[in-house]
Ligand binder design. Structure first.
Ligand SMILES: N[C@@H](CCC(=O)N[C@@H](CS)C(=O)NCC(=O)O)C(=O)O
Length: 257
């Protein structure tokens, strides 16, 4: 039985953004308004000011036309001049390769780029799985462990890859990949706050200020739906009854490949 998405489309500021991108275009963004992996790519599209066509997909329905675009049946996916690609991190690379101007979210200096890639790897392999383990934990002790592991994973991001010294963004003066890759989960901190008592200041004051800047970034706001709509989608995660691939993998103590 596929998970139903309620509401089936974006709301609030994200709905306005969808409307601005409803015309046919040779860059097609196959998206799900509720999905943080989608929001990574959506933030990049908005940061770069690209023209694109937004198409809402319910990835739980695994419709044949969508499986032809992404055999994994997951959003996000892109079609550009009828050629398809998927996986949020691959899509971020693609957008910077295909559309380097007006601006790249990825640094050009090779060492700096290597550091950003290390941060992205840590976010994907440690922070994001820790988020789902925390969200899906049911017993108080497991929730406490989930909290501590999530906070530790975020502290590592800050300690290893934030340049600090009053810089507004992780790597300095520019909103970049670290923000695009982690930002969607920052946009879901409010859910963790409400259901699990998490606060960004548990990580530290500097991190909390960075998180606040991320939330106020126009590209993040423009790709965010109304809080109550995330609440209805994520309730199943907090009750550990979600049937998405991510939720099933987390329940089995695995991570999605
Ligand atoms: N590794 C993928 C993950 C994408 C993903 O899990 N998307 C979810 C929505 S948030 C999805 O399409 N789920 C459908 C399913 O689980 O069947 C990426 O980074 O793009």
């Amino acid at each position: 039985m596929p998970d139903k998405i309620d509401p089936p489309h974006a709301t609030g500021a994200a709905e306005d953004t969808v409307k601005k991108h409803s015309q046919p275009h040779d860059l097609v963004f196959h998206a799900g308004w509720f999905c943080p992996f989608v929001q990574r790519v959506w933030i990049a599209l908005e940061e770069k000011g690209l023209k694109y066509e937004y198409r809402e997909v319910n990835p739980y329905q695994k419709e044949p036309h969508f499986l032809a675009i992404n055999p994994k049946g997951l959003v996000p996916a892109l079609e550009h001049h009828d050629k398809a690609l998927y996986e949020s991190l691959v899509l971020l690379e693609y957008l910077d390769d295909a559309f380097p101007s007006p601006r790249s979210l990825r640094p050009t200096d090779p060492h700096e780029l290597g550091l950003v890639r290390l941060a992205v790897q840590h976010i994907s392999n440690v922070v994001v799985p820790a988020f789902y383990r925390y969200v899906q934990a049911q017993e108080p002790e497991k929730q406490r462990d989930g909290h501590d592991a999530f906070v530790a994973a975020l502290r590592d991001v800050q300690a290893q890859w934030f340049v600090g010294e009053g810089a507004p963004w992780a790597r300095g003066d520019h909103f970049g990949w670290v923000e695009a890759v982690l930002g969607p989960w920052v946009a879901r901190f409010a859910l963790l706050e409400q259901h699990r008592g998490f606060s960004a200041s548990d990580v530290g004051d500097e991190f909390a200020m960075w998180a606040q800047r991320v939330l106020e970034r126009p590209s993040v706001k423009a790709t965010s739906s109304l809080p109550e709509n995330y609440e209805s989608v994520y309730r199943r995660y907090f009750e550990d009854t979600a049937e998405s691939e991510v939720a099933k993998a987390t329940r089995k103590g695995e991570w999605l490949k």
